[in-house]
Ligand binder design. Structure first.
Ligand code: B3K
Ligand code: ZN
Length: 864
């Protein structure tokens, strides 16, 4: 399949089963940085200790640099060697002091791993394997060290010098320089190391922990952005209090700093005491950030803060255990966000995210278990499976244990493993011990990839009052795993009476743990309707034979809001799948159910807005054996138009429910804005003459980005004159704000217009487009890749465009390039002509000379 002549040398595969404890430990490290963007000198002094009885030399990982000097116990030596990029030093004793010096060039670091320059400042990113790009060190998470750091830099250019832990001392030096020393008393793996040197302003706050420690908080940004930091600071304080209350976890240093940078490979990083953030997850004011941005900022601030315990105090033994910290921390941040507003809406959003990103991953060529068995490049495993499916695993265990035992289990876990590098197995063992449950079979969730499918059918024979629920499960094959064993699926179930609308049973937790099982319910006097997987208690696909009438009934009567949403989604999906396959457009049941939902006085705005949204084009595609992007688009647009027309009055009423007064970030105001945006979309879909005028008026009158972007999105999907005008006004107004310009690119890349592929190709030549900034690359290239119809244009232009961009981006930033590849790997889901075009592009990528191992791994696995 891949021509070995032209493919890059097969990169090394790292395997979970090959784990062995480190040969040398490094209890202490002292780092001395002479910081300069062009050339930074790094002196490292490591105390090393032989771990166990062996005669192996010390091996220190390095990347992209050469040692300028090596000393053992204060004496310069020459008998070191480089094995590839690994520095190998023969040592005779049980403990030594090793000193090295290297020179690195932050301003030529386009990968944004290690020490790099962003916006004139210097910052670091070390997870997973970036520390080796700063100095020679055993770059693995199970080597924990106490860090002492000294930084020297030009005082005018870099007035602020920050590192992990607490500040110890600072002073002036010759030649206009100054220095600072920081100490982190908590032993940590090197992936949590960080420093920042820059010209930054700070928004300060304080938090007093429940045992009375006063913590100085600081959010550091460029001076002009200071007014946009209050929301993040509030979120930080709320997170700190929440983790004390809900998990009993207190903060443990005297300072906690967050720095925002514009060039960042992902969302943020939990470095001990010095979180570094992508500025999009810090900066917010009503004029530039949407409600969605505000929510995401709070969630990411909380996530990184929570890592202080789930990740830092207890870290991972090896990178195969990544979900130990990521799955658990996502679960923690999801619970935090659920507590801040509507838990039901939060659950809906999380499940929608899981279905959009993780389910396709689990059914495609890059599917892997939550605890993978092997990798070529670990950066490729920061996936929706590790994060979001990982969070679902923790949620299922919390459901099985119940809140009291779950809390006892997390206490046990934190206490037992504090200060160590642990495994997923350690976590599950604590759940078993404190929860007094047997999770032997549950562990399959860590090792088996693929989304389980559950068929459910409910039988009710008249007379006996007995209902029988037949359940069966099937886990589809995934790469390297052809045959799967049955898993433990915790399914919350309840029955409702079709005539009375009343519940006929309590909610029950059924743990389906065999291939097939029958559950009976007695005393069922009327025809029951099945509500299953309530709250999305298991991350599975339910295949049930419920009729459109029963789904409509549940969407109106279920007492679990998630189940109401889910019933509506299923009804919409069934309708859209039938319309796509058979061209049969029977919209009546959906229109009626949507109408009932809008008119239900008990529902809040935000919930209604979520419930009446149609499933995305790609989620509809996921239900089909072969995705026909054009047919899906047509079927979905037809239903949107019909909903828009049939319920025109309701949409107008909903649209007029704008929150009064200036922007507030409250659940009620957010809900109203959300529903208003959805209503505007339906008004436009109906083809109403005044739709563009309405949208443009909203665009111009808006005092906040949520309303402005909603209007822009509606206009960008259409062909009105107002579209051009709005895009120009938006661009000119925000030309100097990179985060808002990202929205300008993204909105156009997600547009449903026929000519989106051409517009996107043109935008890639726009003077403001650059692949060097990951946010910008994602806003155009990433967004286009998930625009199902545009990306999969039958002539293959979308595929070619993506491949061209990835090949170019790979030269600068392999990690970000590899992240954007998955849409090309979905070829098996499409017709033969599209599949051939996609494979040709994957093949072209794999054959590119000098390809990174990041992109090689993703592209070659996608071809298999
Ligand atoms: N732990 C980091 C992710 C690092 C990604 C490295 N490729 C952020 C987070 O999950 O909190
Ligand atoms: Zn994380």
């Amino acid at each position: 399949m891949i021509d070995v002549q032209t493919a890059p040398a097969q990169p090394t595969v790292t395997r979970r089963e090959a784990y062995s404890a480190p040969e040398w430990l490094v209890p202490d490290i002292h780092l001395d940085f002479d910081l300069d963007p062009a050339e930074t000198r790094v002196k490292a002094r490591l105390s090393v200790k032989r771990n166990g009885a062996h005669t192996d030399p010390l091996r220190l990982d390095g990347a992209g640099q050469q040692p300028l000097s090596v000393m053992i116990d204060g004496v310069a030596v020459n008998d070191w060697r480089l094995d590839g990029e690994t520095l190998v030093i023969p040592l005779s004793g049980a403990a030594h002091t090793i000193e090295t010096e290297v020179a690195i060039a932050p301003d030529r670091n386009t990968q944004l791993m290690g020490l790099y320059a962003s916006g004139g400042n210097l910052c670091t990113q070390c997870e997973a394997e970036g520390f080796r790009r700063i100095t020679y060190f055993p770059d693995r998470p199970d080597v924990l060290s106490r860090y002492a750091v000294r930084m020297t830099a030009d005082k005018a250019r870099f007035p602020v010098l920050l590192a992990n832990g607490d500040p110890i001392a600072q002073g002036d030096a010759d030649g206009g320089k100054h220095w600072a020393e920081w100490n982190d008393p908590y032993p940590k793996p090197c992936y949590l190391f960080a420093l920042v040197a820059g010209d930054l302003a700070v928004n300060r706050g304080t938090f007093t922990t429940r045992s009375g420690r006063e913590v100085a908080l600081g959010i550091w940004v460029r001076a002009a952005d200071l007014p946009k930091t209050d929301h993040a600071l509030d979120a930080l304080k709320t997170s700190m209090a929440w983790d004390e209350r809900v998990y009993g976890r207190e903060y443990d240093l005297d300072v906690f700093n967050i720095v925002a940078v514009d060039d960042f490979n992902f969302g943020a990083m939990e470095n001990k005491g010095l979180n570094i953030f992508n500025s999009r997850y810090i900066l917010a004011d009503p004029d530039t950030a949407t409600d969605y941005d505000y929510d995401a900022i709070a969630a990411v601030v909380a996530h990184e803060y929570f890592h202080n315990w789930s990740g830092n105090r207890v870290t991972c033994r090896d990178w195969f255990q990544l979900s130990l910290k990521e799955g658990f921390t996502v679960y923690r941040d999801q619970s935090f966000s659920a507590d801040q507003g509507s838990a039901a809406v939060k659950r809906i959003e999380d499940v929608r995210g899981l279905r959009a990103a993780q389910f396709p991953e689990d059914s495609g060529p890059l599917a892997h278990p939550v605890r993978p068995e092997s990798y070529i490049e670990i950066s490729n495993f920061y996936t929706a499976t590790i994060y979001n499916k990982g969070a679902e695993l923790i949620r299922m265990m919390a459901t099985i244990l119940g809140p009291t035992k779950f809390r006892a289990a997390t206490d046990l876990y934190f206490n037992r493993f504090d200060g160590t590098a642990a495994t997923c197995e350690d976590f599950v063992a604590c759940m078993e011990e404190a929860g007094d449950v047997d999770l032997s079979q549950f562990r399959l969730w860590y090792s088996q990839a693929g989304t389980p499918r559950v068929s459910a059918s409910l039988d009710h024979r008249d007379g006996g009052g007995r209902a029988t629920l037949r359940l069966a499960q099937h886990v589809p094959p995934t790469p390297g795993q052809d045959v799967k064993a049955p898993m433990v699926l915790p399914l919350k179930v309840r029955l409702f009476g079709a005539e009375t609308g009343k519940p006929l049973t309590e909610e029950q937790l059924i743990q389906l743990d065999s291939a097939a099982e029958t559950v009976t319910f007695e005393g069922i006097a009327e025809r029951p309707v099945l509500s299953i997987n309530r709250g999305f208690s298991a991350p599975v696909v339910i295949e049930s034979d419920r009729s459109a009438a029963d789904l409509a009934f549940l969407s109106a009567n279920d007492d679990d809001p998630f189940a109401r949403y889910e019933a509506m989604q299923q009804l919409m999906l069934d309708t859209l799948v039938a319309a796509t396959i058979e061209g049969r457009a029977d919209h009546k049941a959906v229109i009626e159910a949507v109408s009932n939902t809008i008119e239900d006085p008990e529902l809040d705005w935000a919930f209604v807005a979520e419930a009446v949204l149609l499933p995305s084009e790609s989620f509809i595609g996921d239900q089909l054996s072969t995705v026909d992007p054009d047919a899906i688009f047509r079927a979905r647009e037809a239903l949107r138009r019909d909903l828009g027309r049939s319920l025109a009055d309701l949409w107008r009423l909903a649209y007029d429910q704008a929150p009064k007064g200036p922007y507030t970030y409250s659940p009620d105001a957010k809900g109203k804005r959300r529903l208003r945006a959805v209503a505007l979309g339906y008004i436009a879909a109906s083809g109403a003459d005044d739709a563009a005028t309405l949208a443009f008026r909203q665009f111009e009158a808006a005092d906040n980005m949520t309303d402005r972007q909603a209007a822009l999105t509606t206009l960008a999907n259409g062909t009105s004159d107002e579209r051009e005008a709005a895009l120009d006004i938006f661009y000119n107004r925000y030309a100097t704000n990179p985060l808002v310009l990202d929205k300008w690119f993204q909105t156009q890349a997600l547009s449903s217009r026929d000519d989106t592929p051409a517009i996107v190709a043109e935008l890639a030549r726009h003077p403001d487009f650059t692949l060097a900034n990951p946010n910008r690359a994602r806003s155009l290239v990433g967004a286009f890749g998930v625009n199902q119809r545009a990306f999969n244009a039958a002539d293959g232009a979308g595929y070619r465009f993506l491949a061209d961009q990835l090949i170019a981006l790979d030269k600068l930033n392999p990690q970000t390039a590899a992240k954007l590849l998955p849409p090309l790997g979905r070829w098996r889901r499409f017709d033969e002509a599209r599949a051939a075009l996609m494979r040709a592009e994957l093949d072209r990528i794999v054959r590119t000379p000098g390809l990174s191992k990041d992109l090689f791994e993703q592209a070659s696995k996608s071809l298999e």
